[in-house]
Design a binder for this molecule. Structure first.
Ligand SMILES: [Zn+2]
Length: 262
Protein backbone atom coordinates (compact mmCIF):
# COMPACT_ATOMS: atom_id res chain seq x y z
CA UNK A 1 0.00 0.00 0.00
CA UNK A 2 2.74 2.43 1.00
CA UNK A 3 4.59 1.59 -2.21
CA UNK A 4 1.51 2.40 -4.27
CA UNK A 5 1.18 5.81 -2.62
CA UNK A 6 4.85 6.51 -3.18
CA UNK A 7 4.51 5.56 -6.83
CA UNK A 8 1.54 7.88 -7.25
CA UNK A 9 3.55 10.69 -5.64
CA UNK A 10 6.53 10.10 -7.94
CA UNK A 11 4.31 10.03 -11.05
CA UNK A 12 2.52 13.21 -9.95
CA UNK A 13 5.84 14.89 -9.27
CA UNK A 14 7.24 13.96 -12.71
CA UNK A 15 4.04 15.12 -14.42
CA UNK A 16 4.31 18.40 -12.54
CA UNK A 17 7.90 19.02 -13.72
CA UNK A 18 7.03 18.34 -17.34
CA UNK A 19 3.99 20.60 -17.07
CA UNK A 20 6.23 23.34 -15.74
CA UNK A 21 8.86 23.10 -18.48
CA UNK A 22 6.50 22.43 -21.35
CA UNK A 23 3.95 25.05 -22.26
CA UNK A 24 2.49 22.68 -24.85
CA UNK A 25 3.26 19.08 -25.57
CA UNK A 26 5.88 18.58 -28.27
CA UNK A 27 4.31 17.32 -31.48
CA UNK A 28 5.99 14.62 -33.53
CA UNK A 29 7.88 15.85 -36.62
CA UNK A 30 9.06 19.12 -35.09
CA UNK A 31 12.33 20.30 -36.65
CA UNK A 32 14.39 23.44 -36.06
CA UNK A 33 16.67 24.67 -38.84
CA UNK A 34 19.65 26.80 -37.84
CA UNK A 35 22.15 28.43 -40.19
CA UNK A 36 25.58 29.48 -39.02
CA UNK A 37 28.29 31.99 -39.91
CA UNK A 38 26.38 34.30 -42.33
CA UNK A 39 27.73 33.02 -45.66
CA UNK A 40 26.28 34.85 -48.69
CA UNK A 41 24.32 31.76 -49.75
CA UNK A 42 22.05 32.10 -46.70
CA UNK A 43 20.61 35.24 -48.23
CA UNK A 44 20.82 34.35 -51.91
CA UNK A 45 19.65 30.72 -51.76
CA UNK A 46 18.49 29.54 -48.35
CA UNK A 47 16.04 32.32 -47.44
CA UNK A 48 14.15 32.18 -50.79
CA UNK A 49 13.93 28.37 -50.52
CA UNK A 50 12.62 28.49 -46.95
CA UNK A 51 10.03 31.06 -48.04
CA UNK A 52 8.97 28.85 -50.93
CA UNK A 53 8.41 25.94 -48.55
CA UNK A 54 6.85 28.07 -45.82
CA UNK A 55 9.52 27.08 -43.27
CA UNK A 56 11.06 29.08 -40.44
CA UNK A 57 14.74 29.23 -39.54
CA UNK A 58 17.35 30.83 -37.31
CA UNK A 59 20.40 32.58 -38.76
CA UNK A 60 23.32 32.68 -36.31
CA UNK A 61 25.36 35.59 -37.58
CA UNK A 62 28.92 36.71 -36.93
CA UNK A 63 31.64 38.52 -38.85
CA UNK A 64 34.84 36.90 -39.99
CA UNK A 65 37.09 39.94 -40.33
CA UNK A 66 40.37 38.14 -39.79
CA UNK A 67 39.98 35.37 -42.36
CA UNK A 68 37.60 36.68 -44.93
CA UNK A 69 39.66 37.57 -47.98
CA UNK A 70 36.56 38.24 -50.02
CA UNK A 71 33.71 40.04 -48.23
CA UNK A 72 31.23 39.04 -50.95
CA UNK A 73 31.39 35.49 -49.58
CA UNK A 74 29.42 36.72 -46.56
CA UNK A 75 26.13 38.48 -46.06
CA UNK A 76 26.32 42.18 -45.39
CA UNK A 77 24.21 43.73 -42.64
CA UNK A 78 21.53 44.97 -45.04
CA UNK A 79 21.01 41.38 -46.15
CA UNK A 80 20.85 40.23 -42.54
CA UNK A 81 18.30 42.98 -41.92
CA UNK A 82 16.26 41.66 -44.88
CA UNK A 83 16.21 38.18 -43.28
CA UNK A 84 14.71 39.70 -40.15
CA UNK A 85 12.14 41.59 -42.21
CA UNK A 86 11.20 38.35 -43.97
CA UNK A 87 10.31 36.94 -40.53
CA UNK A 88 13.36 34.77 -39.98
CA UNK A 89 15.21 34.84 -36.69
CA UNK A 90 18.57 36.60 -36.52
CA UNK A 91 20.54 35.26 -33.57
CA UNK A 92 23.95 35.66 -31.97
CA UNK A 93 27.11 33.76 -32.99
CA UNK A 94 29.53 36.35 -31.49
CA UNK A 95 31.26 39.19 -33.32
CA UNK A 96 34.33 37.31 -34.55
CA UNK A 97 33.29 33.65 -34.23
CA UNK A 98 35.08 33.50 -30.89
CA UNK A 99 35.61 30.34 -28.85
CA UNK A 100 33.47 31.26 -25.87
CA UNK A 101 35.22 28.82 -23.53
CA UNK A 102 38.37 30.96 -23.81
CA UNK A 103 36.76 34.34 -23.11
CA UNK A 104 36.64 36.41 -19.95
CA UNK A 105 33.23 37.74 -19.00
CA UNK A 106 34.18 41.16 -20.32
CA UNK A 107 35.31 39.71 -23.65
CA UNK A 108 32.16 37.62 -23.89
CA UNK A 109 29.97 40.66 -23.28
CA UNK A 110 31.88 42.56 -25.97
CA UNK A 111 31.52 39.70 -28.42
CA UNK A 112 27.76 39.26 -28.00
CA UNK A 113 27.16 42.97 -27.37
CA UNK A 114 28.60 43.85 -30.79
CA UNK A 115 25.95 41.73 -32.55
CA UNK A 116 23.18 43.02 -30.27
CA UNK A 117 24.13 46.65 -30.96
CA UNK A 118 24.45 46.05 -34.69
CA UNK A 119 20.94 44.54 -34.71
CA UNK A 120 19.57 47.36 -32.58
CA UNK A 121 21.02 50.01 -34.91
CA UNK A 122 19.41 48.33 -37.94
CA UNK A 123 16.05 47.74 -36.28
CA UNK A 124 16.58 43.98 -36.27
CA UNK A 125 14.98 42.18 -33.27
CA UNK A 126 17.72 41.96 -30.64
CA UNK A 127 18.95 38.35 -30.46
CA UNK A 128 17.77 36.24 -27.56
CA UNK A 129 19.34 32.98 -28.75
CA UNK A 130 22.94 31.94 -29.12
CA UNK A 131 25.08 29.31 -30.85
CA UNK A 132 28.59 28.45 -29.61
CA UNK A 133 31.17 29.07 -32.37
CA UNK A 134 33.06 25.83 -33.00
CA UNK A 135 30.98 24.29 -30.14
CA UNK A 136 33.46 25.83 -27.67
CA UNK A 137 31.77 26.04 -24.27
CA UNK A 138 32.21 25.34 -20.57
CA UNK A 139 30.29 25.83 -17.32
CA UNK A 140 31.32 29.47 -17.22
CA UNK A 141 29.82 30.13 -20.69
CA UNK A 142 26.43 29.09 -19.35
CA UNK A 143 26.75 31.59 -16.53
CA UNK A 144 27.67 34.37 -19.00
CA UNK A 145 24.58 33.57 -21.07
CA UNK A 146 22.37 33.53 -18.01
CA UNK A 147 23.65 36.91 -16.88
CA UNK A 148 22.61 38.32 -20.25
CA UNK A 149 19.30 36.48 -20.04
CA UNK A 150 19.67 34.54 -23.25
CA UNK A 151 16.84 32.08 -23.81
CA UNK A 152 18.35 29.15 -25.70
CA UNK A 153 21.89 28.24 -26.77
CA UNK A 154 22.64 25.65 -29.42
CA UNK A 155 25.55 23.24 -29.27
CA UNK A 156 26.29 20.07 -31.29
CA UNK A 157 26.21 16.44 -30.19
CA UNK A 158 24.32 14.73 -33.05
CA UNK A 159 21.31 13.68 -30.99
CA UNK A 160 17.74 14.93 -30.58
CA UNK A 161 16.75 17.64 -28.09
CA UNK A 162 14.59 16.61 -25.17
CA UNK A 163 13.33 19.84 -23.58
CA UNK A 164 12.65 18.06 -20.30
CA UNK A 165 16.19 16.68 -20.01
CA UNK A 166 18.55 18.93 -21.99
CA UNK A 167 19.44 22.27 -20.43
CA UNK A 168 18.25 25.18 -22.64
CA UNK A 169 21.88 26.35 -22.97
CA UNK A 170 23.01 22.91 -24.16
CA UNK A 171 20.63 22.25 -27.03
CA UNK A 172 22.04 19.47 -29.19
CA UNK A 173 22.08 19.48 -32.99
CA UNK A 174 23.37 17.63 -36.02
CA UNK A 175 25.57 19.47 -38.53
CA UNK A 176 25.04 18.81 -42.21
CA UNK A 177 27.91 18.37 -44.66
CA UNK A 178 28.31 16.98 -48.16
CA UNK A 179 28.89 13.40 -46.92
CA UNK A 180 26.27 12.74 -44.21
CA UNK A 181 22.96 12.73 -46.08
CA UNK A 182 22.02 9.28 -44.79
CA UNK A 183 22.73 10.28 -41.19
CA UNK A 184 20.66 13.45 -41.53
CA UNK A 185 17.66 11.57 -42.94
CA UNK A 186 17.92 9.10 -40.05
CA UNK A 187 18.12 12.05 -37.64
CA UNK A 188 14.99 13.71 -39.03
CA UNK A 189 13.05 10.53 -38.34
CA UNK A 190 13.93 10.84 -34.64
CA UNK A 191 11.67 13.89 -34.22
CA UNK A 192 9.00 12.13 -32.16
CA UNK A 193 8.01 11.11 -28.61
CA UNK A 194 8.73 14.53 -27.15
CA UNK A 195 12.08 14.99 -28.89
CA UNK A 196 12.92 17.73 -31.38
CA UNK A 197 15.53 17.50 -34.15
CA UNK A 198 17.74 20.51 -34.73
CA UNK A 199 20.05 20.89 -37.72
CA UNK A 200 23.11 23.12 -37.97
CA UNK A 201 23.67 24.17 -41.56
CA UNK A 202 26.54 26.26 -42.89
CA UNK A 203 26.84 27.57 -46.44
CA UNK A 204 24.57 26.14 -49.15
CA UNK A 205 27.11 25.84 -50.69
CA UNK A 206 29.94 26.82 -48.34
CA UNK A 207 32.92 28.03 -50.36
CA UNK A 208 35.29 29.04 -47.58
CA UNK A 209 34.59 26.09 -45.27
CA UNK A 210 34.28 23.02 -47.55
CA UNK A 211 34.18 20.63 -44.57
CA UNK A 212 30.74 21.97 -43.69
CA UNK A 213 29.53 22.42 -47.24
CA UNK A 214 25.88 21.52 -47.92
CA UNK A 215 25.30 21.21 -51.68
CA UNK A 216 22.12 23.10 -52.73
CA UNK A 217 20.57 19.95 -54.28
CA UNK A 218 21.03 18.07 -51.01
CA UNK A 219 19.50 20.94 -49.05
CA UNK A 220 16.50 20.92 -51.37
CA UNK A 221 16.13 17.15 -50.83
CA UNK A 222 15.87 17.77 -47.07
CA UNK A 223 13.26 20.51 -47.54
CA UNK A 224 11.23 18.35 -49.93
CA UNK A 225 11.33 15.44 -47.49
CA UNK A 226 10.19 17.69 -44.63
CA UNK A 227 7.37 19.16 -46.71
CA UNK A 228 6.13 15.87 -48.15
CA UNK A 229 6.08 14.24 -44.73
CA UNK A 230 4.23 17.10 -43.01
CA UNK A 231 7.00 18.20 -40.69
CA UNK A 232 6.69 21.49 -38.84
CA UNK A 233 9.89 23.46 -39.51
CA UNK A 234 10.51 26.34 -37.14
CA UNK A 235 13.17 28.69 -35.79
CA UNK A 236 14.81 28.29 -32.40
CA UNK A 237 12.82 31.33 -31.23
CA UNK A 238 9.59 29.45 -32.01
CA UNK A 239 10.54 26.85 -29.40
CA UNK A 240 9.22 29.30 -26.84
CA UNK A 241 5.69 28.27 -27.81
CA UNK A 242 6.53 24.87 -26.38
CA UNK A 243 9.31 25.34 -23.85
CA UNK A 244 9.44 27.62 -20.83
CA UNK A 245 13.17 28.26 -21.08
CA UNK A 246 13.38 30.09 -17.72
CA UNK A 247 11.72 27.18 -15.93
CA UNK A 248 13.89 24.66 -17.78
CA UNK A 249 16.99 26.63 -16.76
CA UNK A 250 15.86 26.47 -13.15
CA UNK A 251 14.93 22.80 -13.07
CA UNK A 252 17.50 21.09 -15.31
CA UNK A 253 21.08 20.66 -14.16
CA UNK A 254 23.44 21.21 -17.12
CA UNK A 255 25.19 17.99 -18.09
CA UNK A 256 28.51 18.90 -19.67
CA UNK A 257 29.50 15.24 -19.95
CA UNK A 258 27.07 14.61 -22.79
CA UNK A 259 28.45 14.92 -26.31
CA UNK A 260 28.07 18.58 -27.21
CA UNK A 261 30.06 19.01 -30.41
CA UNK A 262 29.62 17.72 -33.95
ZN1 LIG B 1 30.08 28.98 -36.62
Amino acid sequence: MKKAILLILVVCCLTEISAQILRKSIPDKLVVLTFDDAPASHFSRVAPMLQEYGFGGTFFVCEFPPNSKDSTLYMNWRQIQALDQMGFEVANHTHTHANVSKLTKEEFNQQVGYIEEKCDSLDISIPTNFAYPGYGLNAQSLKFLEDKNYHFARAGGSRPYDPELDHPYLIPSWATDSTNKKEIFEALKMAKNGEIVILTIHGVPDIEHPWVNTPPDMFEEYLTFLKQNDYQVISLRDLEYYVDYAMARKIITPDLNKKLSN
